[in-house]
Design a protein around this ligand. Structure first.
Ligand SMILES: [Zn+2]
Ligand SMILES: [Zn+2]
Length: 220
């Protein structure tokens, strides 16, 4: 018997309805998720795993982040991380994006601003990387560090790129001489790709021959 029948948990997204099976969402939120997962690119009309738009070509992602439902499902995740969610998202992201975990010899993540990590009590990208590492046996590496920088949210596209220049570096304590064939570089959500591409560039220039940026959701 499933223990969740005896101890029904509130839905991780709406926090209101009850989930009666192993999934972290209620049936209403699951149908929102279904809608997200079946949404196609508004420009090329392909599903996320086959989007050929130039800005998404390098990026692997599970779904388009577009509005209310995406916000509710993911913000629940961001503000008060529910341990049920991190593995769920990691597995879903791999399945929906077509990423093949066995092709990577390490998983790295885009580190949060320290004050955000304090504010939310966690680093969502790090949790995503940890789940991928645990579920698929890819070693996690702590390669990147943030050197300040302002919040991206309120900036224009051009400003975001400028804001990212010199905002990350390889960690001082990262073992010298390490060389990876292919690193999976993860973040939770990505808007223009400025942040994750800046980080990918640093890894490519130092410890990796190939880096594939991978996020749960990409803004439409
Ligand atoms: Zn719900
Ligand atoms: Zn597209």
């Amino acid at each position: 018997m499933k223990t969740s029948l005896l101890f029904p948990m509130p839905c991780a997204a709406c926090g209101y309805n009850i989930c009666y099976d192993e999934l972290p969402f209620c049936s209403e939120c699951l149908s929102d998720l279904q809608r997200l997962l079946t949404a196609r690119c508004r420009v090329c009309h392909n599903p996320p795993s086959a989007c050929v738009c130039p800005e998404n070509k390098e990026l692997r992602f599970a779904f388009f982040y577009n509005g209310f439902y995406a916000r509710r499902l993911i913000y629940a995740n961001k503000k008060k991380p529910d341990p049920r969610l991190t593995d769920f998202w990691a597995e879903l992201a791999v399945r929906a994006s077509g990423v093949k975990p066995k092709n990577y010899d390490a998983v790295a993540f885009v580190p949060r601003l320290r004050r955000n990590k304090r504010k939310y009590g966690c680093d969502q990208a790090e949790l995503f990387a940890k789940s991928l590492s645990k579920l698929y046996g890819i070693p996690i590496i702590y390669a990147l560090e943030r050197i300040g920088g302002s919040e991206q949210k309120l900036l224009s596209r051009a400003e975001r790129y400028k804001n990212m220049v010199g905002r990350f570096k390889l960690r001082e304590d990262f073992p010298k001489g390490m060389n990876y064939n292919k690193i999976l570089l993860v973040d939770d959500v990505c808007t223009t790709g400025a942040t994750i591409n800046a980080c990918a560039g640093i890894l490519r220039g130092s410890v990796a021959r190939g880096v594939v940026p991978f996020v749960l959701a990409k803004t439409d």
